[in-house]
Write a protein that binds this ligand. Sequence first.
Ligand code: UN1
Length: 510
Amino acid sequence: MDFLRRLHIEAVNYGACTGQDWDEECAEQCFKSISPADGRTIAGVRPASMAACERTIAAAEAAFAEWRQRPAPQRGEIVRQIGLRLRDCKQDLGALVSYEMGKSLQEGLGEVQEMIDICDFAVGQSRMLYGLSMHSERSLHRMYEQYQPLGIVGIVTAFNFPVAVWAWNAMLAAVCGDVSIWKPSSQVPLSAIAVQKIIAGVLKDNELPEGIFSLLIGSGATIGETLLHDERLPLISFTGSVPTGRHAAEVVARRLGRTLLELSGNNAIILTEHADLEVALPAVVFGAVGTAGQRCTTTRRLIVHERIYEKVSRALLKAYRGLRIGHPLDETNHVGPLIDTRAVTAFQDALSAVKEQGGHLLFGGEVLSGKGYESGCYVIPALVEAENHYPIVQQETFGPILYLIRYSGEVTEAIALQNDVRQGLSSAIFTDHLRQAEKFLAASGSDCGIANVNIGTSGAEIGGAFGGEKETGGGRESGSDAWKVYMRRQTVTINYGGELPLAQGIRFEL
Ligand code: UN1
């Protein structure tokens, strides 16, 4: 694999890195990065020891003292250079993400593009860390607010987006004057190591201190737990499952730290009787089978008006029959593998459960074997007729299962079904009927963080704030004013007169 060589990925790497230097005193025990594409071990990775973890946090703290003093647009300049370096490495890094995680090459490249886009966004943001100015109620007083750097941001990311979600957080945090410590998923450590190596060059060229961007790799929960408990980290940005996110929120809240949570989705597309199916069907199929159904924004439920239900299910069957499943680096394939065989078991278990609960499997669900499928991680995406209230439909199963749900009345009935789950990340409606679209977007409409009209649930642009409500955790990352969570807000009042008038007109005379 040429891209591994070009990214300087060796057989064994070290689990901790502050800035440029790899810590060689990491724990001896190696764990493996295994590609679900072919089942091959790509490299062994040593998890960071507790001592390495402590050194990393201390180095980050030292780096913060310096980095926060640098003017924000100059911090933006470093992020600009990172964006340029990522452009040079896009092909190789995209290929590694695809090979290590199993998403298609196009999606691997798309993920690196998402990193580049957020770099550009963050560069602009570095000149726009605006606070408001207010009119004081007291004469000869001035009042305004300013945003100051927060400190060390712990970034815990999931396997499904090995590099992009880190970039959303780290690039904004960097222009805000924060430093970050990244704990990637232990299933995709090499993608993180490659990114760290790319950044190391930029830090070195600019003679910047170690610890502005740090990486800690662990194979169990130890590193993550340490970061959650450590008071030197005022903000933990966590992407992952609801149970782990809930735990992270509890631990950090106990020390009154901040969390930014990006947890499960159970996203639905509504197809009303006025949907343009030419536009809708590719969006449904991409949303359901893209990344083999392992995005937070994957389309898991399709809520279809009964008048078009038969037509839609026939068209979907035809599309699913034509899906090519295979090696993610082969660009003729549509669907790659699941991340590991445990995910395959979860996929099969969900299908057994939905059948038991009254669902009807229309298509797919098999695990593929034989030539090209040696890893045991390839499955045929499933189409299932189901009802929204089935316990399994209420859950997020991280795999390519699309539940087809019928509705018969007004669009409000479809909206009620779509909202009737515990998660609230992404939602979509396909309709050419203005009133239906507006009902979907009204206060009584979709309760999700993302609401799309004539666009599927996945593939959000970085310019908007990304995140969701309810059990999705309420965090917002990436665009809009998501940068504010990485800063501390300070209200400033200045008295430039010679008297001391008190607020609220209170008189106090000595
Ligand atoms: C995720 O699945 O964790 O909207 C993030 C999308 C991507 C990001 C998904 N831009 O599908």
